[in-house]
Design a protein around this ligand. Structure first.
Ligand SMILES: [Zn+2]
Length: 134
Protein backbone atom coordinates (compact mmCIF):
# COMPACT_ATOMS: atom_id res chain seq x y z
CA UNK A 1 0.00 0.00 0.00
CA UNK A 2 1.23 3.50 -0.68
CA UNK A 3 1.72 6.20 1.93
CA UNK A 4 -1.50 8.02 0.97
CA UNK A 5 -3.58 4.96 1.87
CA UNK A 6 -1.77 4.60 5.20
CA UNK A 7 -2.11 8.32 5.93
CA UNK A 8 -5.83 8.23 5.15
CA UNK A 9 -6.31 5.15 7.34
CA UNK A 10 -4.38 6.66 10.24
CA UNK A 11 -6.25 9.97 10.09
CA UNK A 12 -9.61 8.19 9.81
CA UNK A 13 -8.89 5.98 12.84
CA UNK A 14 -7.62 9.06 14.72
CA UNK A 15 -10.81 10.99 13.97
CA UNK A 16 -12.87 7.97 15.02
CA UNK A 17 -10.96 7.81 18.31
CA UNK A 18 -11.52 11.55 18.92
CA UNK A 19 -15.23 11.05 18.28
CA UNK A 20 -15.43 8.12 20.72
CA UNK A 21 -13.36 9.93 23.36
CA UNK A 22 -15.78 12.87 23.28
CA UNK A 23 -18.71 10.48 23.71
CA UNK A 24 -17.21 9.29 27.01
CA UNK A 25 -16.06 12.80 28.01
CA UNK A 26 -12.32 12.17 27.82
CA UNK A 27 -10.33 15.36 27.79
CA UNK A 28 -7.96 15.02 24.84
CA UNK A 29 -6.60 17.45 22.27
CA UNK A 30 -8.12 16.34 18.94
CA UNK A 31 -5.42 17.82 16.68
CA UNK A 32 -2.62 16.28 18.73
CA UNK A 33 -4.24 12.84 18.61
CA UNK A 34 -4.99 12.97 14.88
CA UNK A 35 -1.51 14.41 14.19
CA UNK A 36 0.08 11.57 16.16
CA UNK A 37 -2.06 9.07 14.27
CA UNK A 38 -1.00 10.60 10.94
CA UNK A 39 2.71 10.33 11.77
CA UNK A 40 2.22 6.87 13.28
CA UNK A 41 0.49 5.68 10.12
CA UNK A 42 3.67 6.37 8.12
CA UNK A 43 6.30 5.36 10.68
CA UNK A 44 6.35 1.53 10.27
CA UNK A 45 7.60 1.75 6.67
CA UNK A 46 10.79 3.36 7.97
CA UNK A 47 12.16 -0.19 7.54
CA UNK A 48 12.23 0.22 3.75
CA UNK A 49 14.69 2.61 2.07
CA UNK A 50 12.32 3.28 -0.84
CA UNK A 51 9.22 4.04 1.24
CA UNK A 52 7.84 7.59 1.55
CA UNK A 53 9.43 8.13 4.98
CA UNK A 54 12.43 5.84 4.46
CA UNK A 55 13.35 7.84 1.37
CA UNK A 56 13.81 10.98 3.49
CA UNK A 57 15.84 9.51 6.36
CA UNK A 58 19.49 8.50 5.90
CA UNK A 59 21.03 5.15 6.97
CA UNK A 60 18.34 3.86 9.41
CA UNK A 61 15.95 2.45 6.75
CA UNK A 62 18.77 0.56 5.04
CA UNK A 63 20.04 -0.76 8.38
CA UNK A 64 16.56 -1.99 9.34
CA UNK A 65 15.91 -3.48 5.91
CA UNK A 66 19.21 -5.39 5.88
CA UNK A 67 19.01 -6.59 9.50
CA UNK A 68 15.37 -7.44 10.35
CA UNK A 69 13.74 -7.01 6.93
CA UNK A 70 10.58 -5.27 5.78
CA UNK A 71 7.31 -5.66 7.72
CA UNK A 72 8.80 -7.20 10.84
CA UNK A 73 10.10 -5.16 13.80
CA UNK A 74 8.56 -1.82 12.83
CA UNK A 75 5.27 -3.53 11.93
CA UNK A 76 4.93 -5.23 15.33
CA UNK A 77 2.81 -4.61 18.41
CA UNK A 78 6.09 -4.36 20.36
CA UNK A 79 7.23 -1.43 18.19
CA UNK A 80 3.82 0.26 18.59
CA UNK A 81 4.00 -0.16 22.38
CA UNK A 82 7.58 1.10 22.71
CA UNK A 83 7.20 4.15 20.45
CA UNK A 84 3.83 5.19 21.89
CA UNK A 85 5.05 4.74 25.48
CA UNK A 86 8.13 6.87 24.81
CA UNK A 87 6.00 9.58 23.21
CA UNK A 88 3.49 9.22 26.04
CA UNK A 89 6.13 10.56 28.42
CA UNK A 90 6.14 13.76 26.35
CA UNK A 91 2.38 13.92 25.90
CA UNK A 92 -0.12 11.13 26.57
CA UNK A 93 -2.46 12.21 23.75
CA UNK A 94 0.42 12.18 21.27
CA UNK A 95 1.39 8.70 22.47
CA UNK A 96 -2.16 7.42 22.04
CA UNK A 97 -2.36 8.99 18.58
CA UNK A 98 0.94 7.40 17.56
CA UNK A 99 -0.25 3.98 18.78
CA UNK A 100 -3.47 4.30 16.79
CA UNK A 101 -1.57 5.34 13.67
CA UNK A 102 0.87 2.42 13.88
CA UNK A 103 -1.98 -0.04 14.50
CA UNK A 104 -3.87 1.31 11.47
CA UNK A 105 -0.74 0.77 9.37
CA UNK A 106 -0.36 -2.83 10.59
CA UNK A 107 -4.05 -3.59 9.95
CA UNK A 108 -3.90 -2.17 6.41
CA UNK A 109 -0.70 -4.08 5.56
CA UNK A 110 -2.42 -7.26 6.74
CA UNK A 111 -4.85 -6.79 3.85
CA UNK A 112 -2.03 -7.35 1.36
CA UNK A 113 -0.83 -10.78 0.12
CA UNK A 114 2.57 -10.23 1.83
CA UNK A 115 1.06 -9.91 5.32
CA UNK A 116 2.80 -8.59 8.44
CA UNK A 117 4.86 -10.11 11.29
CA UNK A 118 2.93 -8.19 13.92
CA UNK A 119 4.06 -10.52 16.73
CA UNK A 120 7.76 -10.03 15.88
CA UNK A 121 10.09 -11.11 17.50
CA UNK A 122 7.92 -13.80 19.18
CA UNK A 123 6.57 -15.07 15.86
CA UNK A 124 8.25 -14.17 12.61
CA UNK A 125 5.55 -15.68 10.42
CA UNK A 126 3.66 -13.10 8.44
CA UNK A 127 -0.06 -12.89 9.12
CA UNK A 128 -2.64 -11.70 6.58
CA UNK A 129 -6.38 -11.24 6.68
CA UNK A 130 -7.18 -13.27 3.59
CA UNK A 131 -5.72 -16.22 1.77
CA UNK A 132 -4.77 -15.13 -1.71
CA UNK A 133 -4.93 -17.53 -4.61
CA UNK A 134 -2.97 -16.88 -7.80
ZN1 LIG B 1 4.09 -1.16 5.96
Amino acid sequence: MDYKTHLTGGIALGIGTVYLSQKVNLNIQPLLLVGGAAIGSLLPDIDHPKSYLGNKIPILPTLLYNSVGHRSLTHSLLFAAIISTLLGFIDITLGIGMFIGIISHILLDMLTPQGVSYLYPLKKKRIKWFKFKP
